[in-house]
Design a binder for this molecule. Structure first.
Ligand SMILES: NC(=O)c1ccc[n+]([C@@H]2O[C@H](COP(=O)([O-])OP(=O)(O)OC[C@H]3O[C@@H](n4cnc5c(N)ncnc54)[C@H](O)[C@@H]3O)[C@@H](O)[C@H]2O)c1
Length: 390
């Protein structure tokens, strides 16, 4: 089989996820990378001495025999870079959120359909063992017809990661409901078997706006450090913070079910805690990484006594994000090379962005109902058919 040559757009930060796609023994080779950070390109070059590096991502797209690229740049770059890569005929692994506007997502979907270049969105939570276990339980019918879902998202590292750089500004991220919640909205849509029809949001910025700031000429930089607590003691935050540190949305799904998602960035601990309630029971995850449990209640009783407890061990293969990153990268490569089915879906990724964008709009404009704009039948059919034109 012909070698699949790949490129990394962003060699630093999340760009490291692409490194595991380099599998010369399986005919996949990393041949180029682009980043605006010289330091990131230097480290990339140390890892892949034969690869070319650039500061402009368009130089990667000019290399004809590159078949696929990973785009792991910040959210505000996604639309432009994904469209350019699809137009250059590359298969694209695009990080979540797909884009920071609904129109941006729709332009990416249209370009993918028109060019026939393959599009894959990096919603790695669809490979989290705990999410897969809850999906298996729901799909088995064990808790009956799922009519409601709730997610409480405790982001203990919010101040480390999202209020020091581009994430803190609406013009770059739109907001953290979208930035972080794109994952959770997608998981809820997937497990509940339906997309949001309309959304209502409420949110506020009430804690991190009171922290110490860096000067405008100091570059933004995430600082991961568990000693940065309690929240009001933190310093080095962005000069501009116009995103919320507390976000809540309520979602009416198309199939009649309802869901809520709540996200707080200054909790001492971190967890995504989901529960799905059906006509015959309830399922909930306890922890989301490493040693997790999934509890199921199928009879009346106390919360302390679930009827079934599944104990999940960390995956054997060492891989980031609870073991999800290796399988999602493999799923992308198998999709590109063999047309394999994917856990993720560009249509679903767009619908999670649409819910996040309009959830933000609602919370910033009187907390009113916002209807999700529908996609055309043609686009939905194309992606439902695994990106093969009928
Ligand atoms: N799926 C996940 O679990 C997961 C985890 C982390 C981040 N992400 C996503 O990955 C993306 C990047 O996040 P991050 O935290 O790594 O951000 P980041 O700010 O660390 O940027 C990533 C890299 O992109 C480079 N970059 C920035 N602008 C560029 C440009 N114009 N051209 C080329 N390179 C550029 C930066 O120098 C950096 O090396 C975001 O969209 C984020 O949502 C996903």
């Amino acid at each position: 089989m012909k070698t699949l040559k790949i490129g990394a757009i962003a060699t630093g930060g999340r760009g490291l996820n692409a490194w595991q796609a380099h599998q010369p023994e399986n005919g996949i080779e990393m041949v180029a990378g682009a980043d605006i950070s010289e330091e990131a390109n230097k480290k990339f070059k140390e890892q892949f001495p034969n690869a070319e590096t650039f500061s402009d991502y368009r130089d990667v797209l000019k290399i004809d025999d590159i078949g696929a690229v990973f785009i792991s740049t910040p959210d505000y770059c996604h639309e432009e870079m994904a469209i350019a890569a699809l137009e250059a005929g590359k298969a694209v692994y695009l990080e979540k959120p797909m884009a920071i506007t609904i129109e941006g997502c729709d332009r990416i979907l249209k370009t993918a359909m028109e060019t026939g270049s393959k599009l894959f969105i990096g919603h790695n939570m669809r490979h989290f063992p705990v999410v897969l276990k809850m999906k298996e339980i729901i799909d088995s019918g064990m808790i009956g017809e799922v009519t409601c879902g709730w997610c409480r998202h405790f982001v203990g590292y919010g101040g480390d990661a999202y209020f020091r750089d581009w994430h803190s500004e609406q013009r770059y991220s739109n907001g953290l409901l979208l930035q972080k919640g794109a994952h959770d909205i997608d998981v809820m849509h997937w497990l509940m078997g339906s997309y949001t029809k309309f959304v209502v949001g409420m949110g506020m910025l009430s804690v991190y706006n009171r922290c110490g700031r860096r000067s405008e000429d100091t570059p933004g930089c995430a600082v991961w450090d568990e000693s940065q607590y309690p929240p009001l003691t933190q310093t080095g935050f962005s000069p501009i913070i116009d995103v919320e540190d507390h976000n809540m949305i309520m979602m009416q799904l198309e199939n009649g079910a309802q869901a809520t998602y709540m996200q707080c960035h200054y909790t001492p601990d971190s967890e995504r805690n989901y529960t799905f309630i059906g006509t015959e029971g309830r399922v909930e995850n306890i922890a989301d990484y490493g040693h997790c449990e999934v509890h199921v209640w199928t009879r009346r009783g106390s919360r302390q006594n679930p009827d079934v407890i599944y104990k999940l061990k960390p995956p054997a293969k060492n891989s980031s994000h609870g073991g999800a990153d290796a399988p999602i990268v493999q799923n992308f490569l198998d999709f590109v090379r063999f047309g394999a089915k994917t856990n993720t879906s560009p249509i679903a990724a767009r619908n999670s962005v649409a819910t996040g964008v309009l959830g933000h709009y609602s919370m910033r404009n009187g907390c009113n109902r916002q209807d999700i704009p529908q996609l055309s039948k043609e686009i939905i059919e194309y992606f439902d058919n695994n990106q093969v034109k009928k």
